[in-house]
Design a protein around this ligand. Structure first.
Ligand code: TYM
Length: 333
């Protein structure tokens, strides 16, 4: 049986190394395996849960598509499309919001973090965002969903929604209950300025993250300025637990060299950070610079990018429309 892979990325600009190592790099590996049918979605409806400037949104949508392709996703093999172009997502999100329970959504930690202290002023969309995410996944009978660690709770909610729908309407296995694909290690890349905070697109300081559009000099400079402590690198993995910045940088190195924490520690034990940072810069530059250059090249060819999402839209719409018809029948519409 082929695995059906679905995942999404918000076009909110500043796609970074965390997005790449936590998600996009895995998308590429899954795309390259012929046993998989992959769908990768630019989730623009999710983006508008916070204020967006329409012009910037359009340009961020292009940049996200360009990033998928520049990273190695082949649009001939995988479907790449924009969420807003397939109206089934919004429609099924409504139906699923009548299945999901308030109590379930009240537990979502990401809403609490994003809404901050002033929850009353957050949009309703920000609150119900995980239900739209469930619609994205369930419309395509997705079996596996590659994401970073921060999306784990949303995927658990999606599984609960699928099971409740199947039970409520007595349609066993109608919605496939998807499995998350979250790497055991390196699925949560932290800020370069604070090893306890997630690397994030919305963090004010650009020095907190390596953007996938950064050039060689920017990458080297950001790694040079990344926060560390004063001790040499440890020789035991347990010592990393108390040293979040060291753990994060060694994690990034290990992930990019397809290695393990232990092997990287063995290599750098006792060395000082400046030596390690030189090696780290080399591996980050080797991986990210070609992607950054390719993104810039692809952004010059909007016609090509638009063609990718037009083709993707047709394929995605065909699958989603069939599912919507079945859902209508089940609901009694
Ligand atoms: P988004 O756009 O915030 O992030 C895209 C992907 O990048 C991962 N990620 C990280 N991984 C490791 N370390 C980090 N610091 C880091 N920051 C982000 C995220 O886990 C994600 O996999 N709700 C989703 C988008 C979405 C979706 C979906 C995903 C909408 N519908 C359906 C899967 C399936 C989001 O906001 O991701």
């Amino acid at each position: 049986m082929k695995k059906k892979i679905f995942s999404g990325v918000q076009p909110t600009g500043n796609l970074h190394l965390g997005n790449y190592l936590g998600a996009i790099k895995n998308f590429v590996d899954l795309n390259n395996d012929n046993q998989n049918e992959c769908i990768f979605c630019v989730v623009d409806l999710h983006a508008i849960t916070v204020n967006q400037n329409p012009k910037e949104l359009k340009s961020n949508i292009h940049e996200t598509i360009a990033t998928f392709v520049a990273s190695g996703i082949d649009p001939q093999k995988s479907i790449i499309f924009n969420q807003s172009q397939v109206s089934a997502h919004a429609e099924i999100a409504w139906i699923l919001s009548c299945v999901a329970r308030m109590g379930w959504l009240n537990r979502m930690t990401q809403f609490k973090e994003k809404a901050g202290k002033d929850k009353e002023k957050a949009s309703i969309g920000l609150y119900s965002y995980p239900v739209l995410m469930a619609a994205d996944i369930l419309l395509y009978d997705s079996t596996h969903v590659p994401v970073g660690e921060d999306q784990k709770q949303h995927l658990e909610l999606c599984r609960d929604i699928a099971q409740k729908f199947n039970n409520d309407f007595k349609v066993k296995d109608f919605f496939k209950v998807p499995e998350p694909l979250i790497k055991k290690e390196f699925s949560r890349i932290m800020s370069l300025k604070d090893g306890l905070k997630k690397m994030s697109k919305s963090e004010m300081s650009d020095f907190s993250r390596i953007n996938l559009t950064d050039d060689k000099d920017q990458i080297i400079n950001k790694i040079k300025k990344a926060k560390t402590d004063t001790l040499p690198l440890p020789s035991k993995i347990e010592e990393l637990e108390k040293r979040p910045e060291a753990k994060n940088l060694i994690g990034i190195y290990s992930s990019l060299t397809n290695s393990t924490f232990q092997k990287s520690i063995d290599k750098f034990a006792g060395k000082n950070f400046s030596e390690f940072k030189d090696d780290l810069s080399d591996v980050v530059v080797d991986e990210i610079s070609p992607i950054s250059l390719k993104i810039k090249e692809l952004l010059e060819d909007k016609v090509f990018l638009e063609k990718i999402v037009k083709d993707g839209h047709e394929k995605a719409n065909e699958i989603a429309s069939k599912k919507v018809k079945e859902i209508h029948k089940i609901m009694g519409f």
